[in-house]
Design a protein around this ligand. Sequence first.
Ligand code: MG
Length: 157
Amino acid sequence: MRIGHGYDVHRLAEGRRLILGGVEIPFEKGLLGHSDADVLTHAVMDALLGAAGMGDIGRLFPDTDPAYAGADSLVLLDRVVERICSAGLRVGNVDATILAQRPRLAPYIPAMAENLARRLGVDQSRVNVKATTEEKLGFTGSGDGMAAHAVCLLEEG
Ligand code: MG
């Protein structure tokens, strides 16, 4: 077994779509970034790459590369999964937490977990997504941005 951790932050801005775990969520702002800025999927990718000893998404998909402008992060996740499988590793489970004051994410969480599980090629019972506020503290509490943490286990063989 190999364990990995991922953490990501994106700023909230007007005129952007809010996409978390590949789910578009109706909100007055969206996350700002070179790709679709899907902070949850980015944290999951970094957890997977960390467990595999393959660096991070910044190294794999540089934000200076125009190829990734507006990229669908689930497609980037597919590429991470391909690399992991090529290395003889498979996903054991993933657990992730989104830090956001608003909007209320609970209604969208099953769809996020389903998207991630499908792309990871595992049963949905192996992917857990949670969301919490930070009690109006810090940058997530003020609504300036969102963050996400993820941990995963990869199994060898
Ligand atoms: Mg990111």
